[in-house]
Design a binder for this molecule. Structure first.
Ligand code: FAD
Length: 293
């Protein structure tokens, strides 16, 4: 069977980079340049996100295919339940396979802008665990599957334990790796990892890290995905509005997080690089990814 988890049993902390489908050809050219630069850090794989709109969905697979050709590395396609029937999800998976994706990041997706709760389409799926089941039922053992975990608890979950039970459903349905939502305080991650362990979750848990490059962006992202900005980081960024200064504070923070995560034995780190390479490049430059046991 194809397993994403296979990347996480080596001597090194396995890194991966998350991209999104650019809207324009110029954006695609830039993505290609940045992917070439990111390749120098020897990632195990790339991933490409999946948008809610129809046009970006085929662009996800365009990116998957192109980045595979450019780098020779595996590229995972994200896939959400938003707006698709089970039949359409099956077609997407078949097309993903044809275009060289062996890994799927299986998600439910966010409710559309303006609505509070997620509504499944008729003939569609309600939760990510159902998508994992669908993949394993229609394409048994043909995809490595990652699912999302939330160190600060998913915003719609009533409490942490319920959220954890729901995470376990996804693993029990056949996901073989958990990639987390971004966070800025590693203690949130360690608590989450301990709770997963206690709940009997035995797949690799890979922290997701975003090197923020300015304070406004940090605030916007914090609002979107409920990632708390530690006071110390906020204070440091607020000290000066100079763009270069804020960039350095954000990148230094992600670098310190990375070093600490490696020291605490994470099997890998997933970086939200937003199609860029400057921040990731500076963050990873000269860093040793060897495991400290
Ligand atoms: P689920 O696991 O389905 O959980 C959603 C909520 O329902 C949670 O509160 C959970 O506790 C609850 N729940 C889950 N299962 C059940 C159940 N069986 N019964 C009752 N309650 C349940 N979004 C995109 O649109 N495109 C992307 O490419 C994308 N990539 C992402 C990558 C990562 C690594 C992460 C962390 C997030 C990504 N997202 C993406 C965002 C994601 O779609 C949202 O966070 C979404 O709100 C939840 O998706 P999920 O797969 O975690 O949902």
């Amino acid at each position: 069977p194809i397993k994403l988890a296979d990347h996480y049993n080596g001597e090194q902390c396995a890194i991966s980079f998350e991209l999104f489908p650019p809207k324009t050809d110029a954006g695609m050219d830039l993505l290609e340049k940045n992917v070439e630069r990111l390749k120098a850090f020897q990632p195990s794989f790339f991933t490409c996100t999946y948008g809610a709109g129809g046009s970006t969905q085929s662009r996800t697979l365009d990116v998957v295919q192109r980045v595979r050709e450019l780098t020779g590395l595996p590229v995972a396609s994200h896939l959400t339940c938003v707006g698709s029937t089970v039949g359409q999800l099956g077609e997407y998976l078949a097309e993903a396979k044809r275009r060289g994706a062996d890994y799927i990041v299986a998600l439910r997706g966010d409710p559309p802008k303006g609505s509070e709760s997620f509504q499944a389409v008729e003939g569609g799926l309600r939760y990510a665990n159902e998508l994992v089941e669908l993949i394993q039922e229609r394409f048994p053992d043909q995809f490595g599957i990652a699912v999302a975990g939330y160190p600060e608890v998913h915003q719609e979950a009533t409490d942490a334990q319920t959220d954890l039970d729901n995470l376990k459903r996804k693993v029990d349905a056949g996901a073989d790796v958990i990639v987390t939502q971004l966070f800025y305080d590693n203690d949130d991650f360690y608590r989450f990892r301990d709770a997963c362990q206690a709940a009997g979750i035995r797949v690799p848990i890979v922290p997701g890290i975003l090197p923020v490059t300015n304070y406004k962006q940090a605030l916007r992202i914090a609002g979107m995905c409920k990632a708390r900005i530690p006071d110390q980081m906020a204070a440091a960024m607020n000290e000066n509005d100079d763009a270069d200064y804020q960039f350095k504070v954000g990148v230094d923070h992600a670098r310190v997080q990375t070093i600490d995560l490696i020291e605490n034995g994470v099997p890998g780190i997933h970086y939200y690089v937003l199609n860029k390479s400057d921040a990731a490049g500076q963050m990873l430059d000269g860093l040793s990814l060897g495991m400290q046991s």
